[in-house]
Design a protein around this ligand. Structure first.
Ligand code: C5P
Length: 328
């Protein structure tokens, strides 16, 4: 039996600029991701039973099991679980290699801490962690570029979860250039402390993009990559970062969910340095001065009736990484 445990981060978009859709329906993006300390852990284990099985356990910020999300994930068609789809792709590659005899069956356990359907790339983080875990499980030796190419085929945010740190995404947001490493590596980037304000209900990403097309696409500013000065500011401390947050999906998401404006207003009133939508929402990201300020904001904002939960997170965190390998 071989078992590999890997983890991958959720994200917030520091900037998100959207262009009009191309004929395939996707939108060209220029976006800067920041990987967050909220991580998905994916454990893969060889199994004598053929096929891919998955079990997902979701957790609340205090470490207790989130029973409702865990039950909802159990009902999900395994074919639409991104960790399963990632594992199946690598399983096909492994079937041709030295681990062919162990590639027939794999069981996956996902320990989920990134909110579901929140615009924080939880599903993509599952895929990213499953890719690095299975790469190790079957000794495939795939390099970063190959994993990113496979990740890109699974979802536009998967490459960002693979690389972590602060990274520029172009194309569909899936062509990465790292601007700053995650914590524990270069260490020359300021830490950012956030309070992620979860909504009571998820928001569909395609729906937000459709609403963008309906109203905003025609007057969206052109897509320009960040200048060196903007890049420097995005890597700086919270005061400088707070002047640079921008998200073209905020207006369409707020039209679909007007109550998100109340969450944002409450966060500003409570003293957040800046407030932005995370990706396509509905999670609202409030930037704090430091870790203690983030905890204070979370306590105050959890009382808002438009806020289901307030979760503290920091960035930039490292990308997808193998945590442990066990061979019996
Ligand atoms: O790639 P992913 O499956 O994560 O994208 C989800 C949906 O978001 C797509 O089906 C598409 O409607 C929208 N999307 C987009 N342009 C992007 C990324 C995502 O229109 N660059």
């Amino acid at each position: 039996m071989r078992e590999v445990r890997a983890s991958a981060p959720g994200k917030v978009n520091l900037t998100l600029r959207v262009g009009p859709p191309t004929p395939d329906g996707y939108h060209p993006l220029v976006t800067v991701f920041e990987a967050l300390s909220l991580r998905e852990t994916v454990t893969v284990r060889t199994s004598k039973t053929p096929g891919v099985r998955v079990e997902t356990i979701a957790y609340l910020p205090d470490g207790r099991v989130d029973e409702a999300t865990t039950a909802a994930m159990a009902d999900l068609d395994p074919g639409s679980h991104l960790a399963v789809r990632a594992a199946r792709i690598l399983q096909r590659l492994a079937a041709a290699g030295p681990w062919a005899s162990t590639a027939a069956g794999v069981s996956i356990r996902v320990d989920k801490r990134v909110p579901v359907a929140g615009g924080m790339a939880g599903g993509s983080a599952d895929a990213a962690a499953a890719l690095v875990a299975c790469n190790q499980l079957w000794d495939l030796g795939l390099g970063a570029d190959q994993l990113q190419a496979i990740g890109r085929s699974l979802g536009a945010d998967v490459p960002a979860c693979l690389v972590g740190g602060i990274a520029l995404g172009t194309g569909r947001g899936d062509r990465m250039r790292v601007l700053a490493d995650g914590e524990g590596e270069a260490g020359n980037t300021s830490a950012h402390h956030w309070v992620m304000l979860l909504a009571h209900e998820g928001l569909s990403t395609p729906e937000v993009f459709r609403e963008f097309d309906r109203i905003d696409a025609a007057r969206a500013p052109g897509l320009a990559e960040p200048t060196p000065e903007e890049t420097r500011a995005l890597r700086s401390g919270p005061e400088e970062l707070s002047q640079r947050l921008v998200n073209d999906l905020q207006a369409p998401a707020l039209r679909l969910r007007p109550e998100l404006a109340r969450t944002m207003e409450a966060a500003r009133r409570a003293g957040a340095l800046a407030v932005t939508l995370s990706g396509s929402g509905p999670t609202v990201a409030a930037l704090a001065r430091d870790a203690e300020h983030a905890q204070d904001l979370a306590r105050v904002l959890e009382a808002e009736d438009t806020v289901a939960r307030a979760v503290c997170a920091s960035g930039p965190a490292r990308g997808a990484v193998v945590e442990e390998t066990e061979v019996n």
